[in-house]
Design a protein around this ligand. Structure first.
Ligand code: MN
Length: 259
């Protein structure tokens, strides 16, 4: 299996190394990742300048030997687009993204560069899995997260991944064994966070998003199940159409457009 591995924390991130080790014997892994941290880059791509691609050494980790990856001075979605279209000899058969340092549950899937890298794979018709790990006390145990990612990935591959789907996997903070795995819907509740007002000497008002945030969940969604200590699996798709609303709006009387 040809696997493309990317992330949003950058090519030097320990989470990328952990996922590379995890995927080492699942197939041939090509690493193409941003050259700098791109968390919360969402699905941005670079349009006003060219992208520079450089080779980057990858240290041996777990079952993965030392190797070389490619860094791109762009966004996670840039990496996957460029890799699939130009940098790889053939289209990848699986896109992996992560392991992100921080959960990507609830509406955070819209802000997440980790999920965006996977979504870009899905847009190209490739099955994609995003893996993120909950932070506890500012830390992620990536060895543990890697083992759990491996377990979930093996199951996903056995169940069968579909072209164009994004499977969003989140790993609860440790220590120890998670309570289990839940396949659950994405929470749509707002993230609880705070903008702090900073008054500059120049009189300008500046607002800085504080580092502390909390996802809000409801029963049986990704946020709640992750906080309860489960590995969560949420299948996502690129089609943002509200199929529930489509027929209603299509049936409404829209009249004739003005000239
Ligand atoms: Mn990140």
């Amino acid at each position: 299996m040809r696997i493309l591995l990317s992330n949003d924390d950058g090519i030097a991130a320990p989470g990328l190394a952990a996922l590379r080790a995890t995927a080492a014997d699942l197939g041939e892994v090509t690493v193409v990742a941003p050259d700098s941290p791109q968390s919360a880059a969402g699905h941005g791509i670079t349009v006003r300048r060219s992208l520079t691609v450089r080779t980057a050494p990858l240290a041996a980790v777990g079952d993965a030997p030392p190797g070389e990856g490619l860094s791109v001075d762009g966004r996670p979605a840039d990496c996957v687009r460029l890799a699939a279209r130009h940098l790889m000899d053939a289209m990848p058969q699986l896109v992996l993204s992560g392991i992100n340092a921080g959960a990507n549950v609830g509406v955070n899937v819209f802000y997440s560069g980790t999920v965006a890298a996977a979504a870009e794979g899905a847009m190209l018709g490739i099955p994609a899995v995003a893996v993120s790990a909950e932070v506890a006390d500012g830390e992620v145990d990536f060895a543990r997260a890697g083992r759990l990612a491996r377990w979930a990935l093996e199951r996903l591959v056995a169940i069968g991944l579909r072209a164009g789907e994004i499977v969003n996997v989140n790993i609860p903070a440790g220590p120890g064994r998670p309570r289990g795995l839940r396949v659950v819907r994405q929470s749509t509740a707002e993230i609880e966070d705070v903008y702090h007002l900073e008054r500059g000497a120049d009189g300008a008002s500046r607002y800085r998003l504080g580092p502390d945030y909390r996802f809000i969940g409801h029963i049986d969604d990704d946020v709640t199940c992750l906080y309860e200590g489960y590995v969560t699996v949420t299948p996502l798709h690129v089609d943002m159409t509200s199929h529930a609303r489509l027929a209603d709006l299509a049936a409404a009387d829209w009249g004739d457009p003005p000239t």
